[in-house]
Design a protein around this ligand. Structure first.
Ligand code: MRU
Length: 324
């Protein structure tokens, strides 16, 4: 399963707002509608946003348009997932090196895409090792192939554990208002014949989630509700893991208090995603898309280079000192 393709100088995005009922691939030859696609969540998930933005940057180069302006427009689409800024900065470095020529930029975007899939597979291999036999695993939001270049971070761990015959059931809990659990995660798992249940009540052996941005001490932002999962896991003594590529780590932030949290239109909660109103018009809405989970609640951080254990300030820094 994938959600991003580059064919014949056109970017194609699988419209995730239409899943699971309709699979529509939308073509893009202009970077501006790609910024809108990120904002409106046609494409979503931290690494996937980075990959889409890298290709959109190539669209600007192909059209001979200003790359600074393209970078600025794309960077303004969503604030929390650091992969967006990471990918755009990498594209900008490449543009300086190649004088803005389209072909080398396309090669760079393809490399970002391919590396993301490889990192997810490596994370899967490392993460599967901590999954017990016959595991019942909880995951939050969608951190799968749809949210990355392919394969997934948290779902990458689950896919690899399933390939190793260790997964009895995956519980997909829910994320309001976009229902990524039912619409995206359960859709991916069922397509891959991995047993999936929408969470109501069940016994959980392990929780694994994705991440949009992690600070130097291991505090991290992920889809709203992740913090509650972490607190509950901690209370019940269930190991809680987070899976992410190094491109999601922001060492410039000492802790989670500095992570910018996107606040989305309250209408998403009240009406936008549903056929009938879900609340009375006079009800006020506060709609942050992410929350921040304290590093003390994490059993381990699964990356493409291995699993980081506490103290995270030290183990996360070591990932970047290591030139592998
Ligand atoms: O608002 P979304 O759907 O983009 O949020 C996605 C998440 O929070 C994911 O868990 C996170 O980006 C990790 S994706 C591999």
């Amino acid at each position: 399963m994938d959600a991003i393709r580059w064919e014949g100088n056109t970017l194609y995005l699988l419209d995730q707002t239409k899943l699971p009922v309709t699979e529509v691939w939308l073509p893009y030859t202009d970077y501006r509608p790609v910024a809108d696609a990120i904002r409106t969540m046609v494409v979503r998930g931290a690494p996937a946003i980075g990959v889409a933005a890298a290709y959109a940057y190539c669209l600007a180069a192909l059209a001979g348009e200003g790359l600074d302006e393209a970078k600025e427009t794309l960077a303004a689409s969503r604030p929390t997932a650091v992969n967006l800024f990471w990918a755009l900065e990498r594209m900008e470095r490449k543009a300086k090196e190649c004088g803005g020529a389209a072909e080398p930029l396309i090669a760079e975007a393809k490399a970002i895409h391919a590396e993301d899939v490889a990192m997810c597979r490596a994370m899967g291999a490392h993460g599967a090792a901590v999954v017990p036999e016959h595991a019942r695993i909880l995951t939050h939001c969608n951190a799968g192939a749809l949210a990355t270049g392919g394969y997934g971070t948290a779902l990458g761990v689950i896919r690899a554990a399933h390939e190793a015959g260790k997964v009895n059931m995956v519980y997909c809990d829910e994320t309001r208002p976009l229902l990524q659990g039912a619409r995206l995660t359960a859709y991916e798992l069922v397509s891959d014949h991995i047993p999936a249940t929408l969470m109501a009540k069940g016994k959980i052996d392990l929780a694994v989630v994705g991440c949009d941005r992690m600070a130097a001490n291991g505090d991290f932002a992920n889809k709203i509700g992740t913090y509650s999962v972490a607190v509950n896991a901690h209370y019940h003594g269930i190991p809680f893991y987070v899976a992410l590529p190094c491109s999601t780590i922001d060492l410039s932030l000492a802790d989670g208090s500095g992570i910018p949290i996107e606040e989305r239109d309250g209408e998403e909660i009240k009406t936008m995603w549903y056929e009938k109103p879900m609340a009375l018009p006079e009800v006020k809405c506060y709609n942050p898309a992410f929350d921040v989970t304290d590093h003390e609640l994490i059993a381990g951080i699964v990356t493409e280079k291995g699993i980081c254990r506490p103290p995270y300030t030290k183990s996360l820094k070591a990932l970047f000192d290591d030139k592998k």
